[in-house]
Design a protein. Sequence first.
Length: 433
Amino acid sequence: MPPAHAPAWTCLQPTKESAWHTSASCLCGQALVIIGGTGKEGKTAEVFVYHLHELQWLKAETTGKGPPTRPLYCSATGRGESVAVVWSKQQPGTTKVLVTLSVLSLAHMRWHSIPLDGTVSPPRRGYRAATSMHGDILIFGGEGSINEHLPSNTCVLVQDDDTVSLLPKEDCPPPRSDHACTVAPQDTIVIHGGKGTGSTLLGDMWVYDAARKSWLEICDGPQRCGHGISATERMILLFGGVNCDGVVCNDLWIWNVEGHHWRGPIFVDSMLPAPRAGHLFSLVWPVLDDPSPEPTTCFVLYGGVGGPNLPPFHDVHRLTIPTNCSNLPLASERAPAERHYHNHQPTHPMLSTAPSTALAPVHQPKYTQDREDEEILTAMQRLKDKADALDEQEKELYSMEVTRRSREMQLHLDREKLERDRTQLVKKMHKMD
């Protein structure tokens, strides 16, 4: 049994090498939706849905005009029973970039799009989008120049009636890109970290009040970019990303609403997902088939990349964590033999230069060849089991075929004997006449 108050990961779809790189993804209820990407046959704008109850992927047949096959950048967010995708695309032969909001109704699987250029001038890439409780979509940050890669603090608001406006920059958080963004209780949206001016990693956290249309800085935390955060009424969780040393992480941090401070890395009593950045990390509601006797909250993790020249992940994991998160043990409080830590992780190209004010490196949970070997052996065992089952079926069919042929032969012999007996009986009858 896991120790009390220890979060645990469950792999819903195992890690496997994949040439598929998702353009955008988000969670809507119990459905994980991915939009577009790059596969073995090139880029596509197809939509796939992973149902967390059935644990299977389905290709969605959509109508209407949605994101193109080759966008510069995409960011997706759930909007009630719809998926909102903000995407940018460079016009051929020019440096002009068009930015569009496309909304997919999951009930009807139909796209409708809203051009954002002309009304406002949002950034080109590295931005994040999130939806408030009332359906307003907030698009914040990113790189404002396609050539200079300068961070921006542009804040675009798309209200539930599709009215588009630009919030004053002087009231917004400092410029950044590749930050984390999530919806939070009380109709708020939270952003954390990202890359600031001069590729300096940020660790500050800001809350946007949708009702007042205002920002409030909360506190500083781990310096990250390309990470994921998700919020409940009691906590904000942070997973993965790239730290200030250029290390791709798979650690877990918690901001406790009651204590108003960050704690981490948190001890996790299970095998950890691979270190990654650019992934989806989102709250799941309601809890999925949780056998734990104490109240728990679930989160889902999908995709991301683990480092330069590495294929993207196409795996799905679930994190189960006690709802009462005030006394969760830290990884540093566990013995090294329990934690299985090591010090080396691949450097991610998302961080071009390390800042001078770097955090001390934290030990990262182990995800080495051991897990890859275990997954390969598991997959091989499954293939062997399937092959054995097929062999048994083939033997059964062969036995049935042999039995059928034997019965046919016996039937043929019986018919021949019957015919001979009938012929002899006819001859006897003729002799009697």
